[in-house]
Design a protein around this ligand. Structure first.
Ligand code: C2E
Ligand code: CA
Ligand code: CA
Ligand code: CA
Length: 279
């Protein structure tokens, strides 16, 4: 039994070493992904619930790995945040999304909003404002049509510096959205510190509609809070007609979700362009 236990320990240690080297290789691949053309941006429309018109798109990154195929962000964004690769990836996604947004606007002659996710690392490691300004200039995308999405995780370190950067971005006319709103632990007090224009209601609340009483109550409070603070509200992850109707009844202005469209490559996402409307 003792020998067996020892063997098992050895196997376990080997497994750990293997896992560590696999992870290191994956991190290495990830470091070059942005430079070697392996990243793609998919686009999911945001719609106005009152009339179903598209108001814009959220840019969501995918990694087209040479061996693994299309890797979803849950499988590499956390690692990229750990290693710092997210800074380069985020810069690339921003430029790509603004280039596409500018092309769509030129094509239709109508304005649309483009939303891009920013990682907390981008506020810590680099000059995010300079990156955004450079991307706007390079692509010609109007600052007033850009939304940057952050989670409250952005406040875990150096609140003052992050707030200064968000203020600088907002002074350019860019809107700030708080992503996954309602899932954090800090309660509502951070809203006093975090300069924001949009609250994105997390999918976990929307999921419980239309029957869930507490979800409906929570969403009502968020919508009311937003109205008081002069913010827009976007509901995430709308999958059913029942959820859509419940959100419209709760006076939630905007929504995203598979019911309307999944995130898709630009060629496919562009199909909802003719129905775009200004907000
Ligand atoms: P997120 O910003 O909260 O993005 C929404 C996620 O919900 C997306 O997953 C989207 O595909 C998914 N989704 C949209 N509608 C529905 C629906 O009706 N049902 C369900 N079940 N899911 C829906 P995705 O694309 O896998 O992205 C996951 C997360 O990865 C994002 O969550 C965001 O936190 C992160 N991420 C994605 N792209 C970027 C990026 O360019 N930069 C950074 N820093 N993070 C990114
Ligand atoms: Ca987001
Ligand atoms: Ca979200
Ligand atoms: Ca999320």
């Amino acid at each position: 039994a003792k020998a067996q236990g020892k063997n098992r320990l050895v196997v376990y240690a080997d497994g750990m070493a293997e896992e560590a080297s696999r992870r290191a290789a994956f991190a290495q691949d990830l470091a070059v992904a942005a430079d070697s053309g392996q990243l793609e941006v998919h686009y999911q429309p945001t719609v106005r619930l009152a009339d179903g018109r598209t108001t814009g798109f959220e840019a969501l990154v995918r990694w087209n790995h040479p061996e693994r195929g299309l890797v979803p962000p849950v499988e590499f964004v956390p690692l990229a945040e750990e290693t710092g690769a997210i800074t380069g990836i985020g810069r690339w996604v921003l430029r790509e999304a603004l280039r596409q947004g500018a092309a769509w606007m030129a094509e239709t002659g109508a304005p649309l909003r483009m939303a891009v996710n920013l990682s907390p690392r981008q506020f810590q490691d680099g000059d995010v404002t300079a990156d955004v300004v450079a991307a706007l200039e390079e692509t010609g995308f109007p600052a007033a049509q850009l939304t940057l999405e952050v989670t409250e995780g952005v406040l875990v370190r150096d609140v003052d510096s992050v707030v200064t950067q968000l203020d600088a971005l907002r002074s350019l006319g860019i809107r700030i959205a708080i992503d996954d709103f309602g899932t954090g632990f800090s309660g509502l007090s951070y809203l006093r510190h975090l300069p924001a224009d949009i609250l994105k209601i997390d999918r976990s609340f929307v999921m419980d509609l239309p029957r869930g009483r507490s979800a409906a109550t929570l969403i009502t409070s968020i919508v009311e809070l937003a109205r008081t603070l002069g913010l827009d509200v976007v509901a995430e992850g709308v999958e059913t007609e029942g959820q859509r109707r419940a959100l419209a009844e709760l006076d939630c202005g905007l929504a995203q979700g598979y019911l309307f469209a999944r995130p898709e490559p630009a060629e496919l996402a562009g199909r909802s362009l003719p129905r775009t409307v200004r907000v």
